[in-house]
Design a protein around this ligand. Structure first.
Ligand code: PLP
Length: 392
């Protein structure tokens, strides 16, 4: 019998990928399935970005680069963080990785000792707790619901921090809720964090550009500049520029931590793909104009789907500020069907309605479903019709 490590048995495969795979299986069996599980934009990568990559291939830019990223891409990242966020970094404070996922993974391995606690608000991106567990840390989950628009309060944050807390993770706009914190809310959280100088803060800004709130984007350090020395900013091009497959994310923060993350990356993947780095540089240097039509489409779909979901008996859904997910509460619909487990409910929606959604328990909040609206309006209308029929 093949024995595996204790480490690998602590974690589960990404549940969002599992739903996508299950939908693909059913489709292969000939079933008509609408997949609203995947977390990626449905748009093609913009042409000027693809052209830069093609040129890189033609010119033979196909070899190892510096582990932490090409000087050109790092300088584009530094300029982006200055222009958009007013944050200043030196090149040794930047690490380019194979997607935002690897950025977080490197950070967890560079920072966490066995037993260290990492505070994670729920609903959370599915990978945070598992990556913390791989690093032998303890996720400490703060629960939220619609009453605070899925945002933690300063009191909750204060209560979650202990002597063992190493890191607090913030993600705004959030996957899966789509909700973002205001500057005042970040200032209030900053007041708590100021009391605990040994605690580091990760701000995952992956959805910064997918934004339609009537207030401006902020994160914990733009709202509290004095927290700069202990904040690590995580971002990437995957969602903003519809570049999920290119695998480029980046981290900016204290040079010592970034250096440690680089050391880990140097012994795992080395540099991210040279071609993808050229593409990411073109994306960041090319500005946000190509993102605007995507955001306009996401906003239109958001408005439609939130309204439509609220019209289905047993479902309620609050509007989001950005990203491309709706996060409806389905507790009423589950109760009507006598179902207590939201995974079972998701399976029922898949078999009865042919609609694939990700159950809220995957994000630490059972009783909700994540619906990705990174798909066409027609598909969304079809999905709503099917869900209404199955649940009425
Ligand atoms: N952070 C959040 C909140 C995400 O939703 C994702 C992707 O789903 C990532 C980070 C990682 O993105 P990637 O590794 O594709 O760049």
């Amino acid at each position: 019998d093949l024995k595996l490590s204790d480490r690998v048995q602590l974690i589960k495969p990404s549940p969002t990928l599992a739903v996508t795979n299950r939908a693909a299986e059913l489709r292969a069996e000939g079933k008509d399935i609408i997949g609203l599980g995947a977390g990626e934009p449905d748009f093609d990568t913009p042409d000027h970005i693809k052209a830069a990559a093609a040129e890189a291939i033609d010119k033979g830019f196909t070899k190892y680069t510096a582990v932490d990223g090409t000087p050109g891409l790092k300088s584009a990242i530094i300029d982006k963080l200055k222009a958009d966020n007013g944050l200043s970094y030196e090149p040794n404070q930047i690490l380019v990785s194979c997607g935002g996922k690897q950025s977080f993974f490197n950070m967890a391995l560079a920072l966490i000792n066995p037993g260290d606690e990492v505070v994670i608000p729920a609903p959370y991106w599915v990978s945070y707790p598992d990556m913390v567990k791989i690093a032998e840390g303890e996720p400490v989950i703060i629960e939220t619901d619609e009453s605070t628009r899925f945002k933690i309060t300063p009191e909750q944050l204060d209560a979650a921090i202990t002597d063992k807390t190493r890191l607090v993770v913030l993600n705004s706009p959030s996957n899966p809720s789509g909700v973002a914190y205001t500057k005042d809310e970040f200032i209030a959280l900053g007041d708590v964090l100021r009391k605990y100088p040994d605690v580091l803060i990760a701000t995952d800004d992956m959805y910064e550009y997918i934004w339609w709130a009537d207030f401006g984007f902020e994160n914990i350090v733009t709202a509290n500049p004095d927290l700069y020395e202990r904040t690590i900013v995580l971002n990437g091009v995957s969602k903003a520029y519809s570049m999920t497959g290119w695998r480029i994310g980046y981290a900016a923060g204290p040079a010592k931590l970034i250096g440690a993350m680089k050391k880990i990356q140097s012994q795992s993947t080395s540099n991210p793909a040279s071609i993808s780095q050229v593409a990411a540089e073109a994306a960041l240097r090319g500005g946000r104009d190509c993102v605007t039509p995507m955001v306009t489409a996401f906003k239109e779909r958001h408005d439609y789907i939130v309204d439509a979901l609220n019209g289905i008996p047993g479902i309620t859904c609050i509007p989001g500020d950005g990203a491309f997910y709706a996060y409806p509460c389905v507790k009423g619909a589950m109760e009507k069907l006598g179902i207590t487990d939201d995974v079972e409910f998701a399976e029922k929606l898949l078999s009865d309605a042919g609609v694939a959604l990700v159950p809220g328990s995957a994000f630490g909040t059972p009783g909700y479903m994540r619906l990705s609206f990174a798909t066409s309006m027609n598909t969304l209308r079809d999905a709503v019709a099917r869900l209404s029929k199955a649940l009425s």
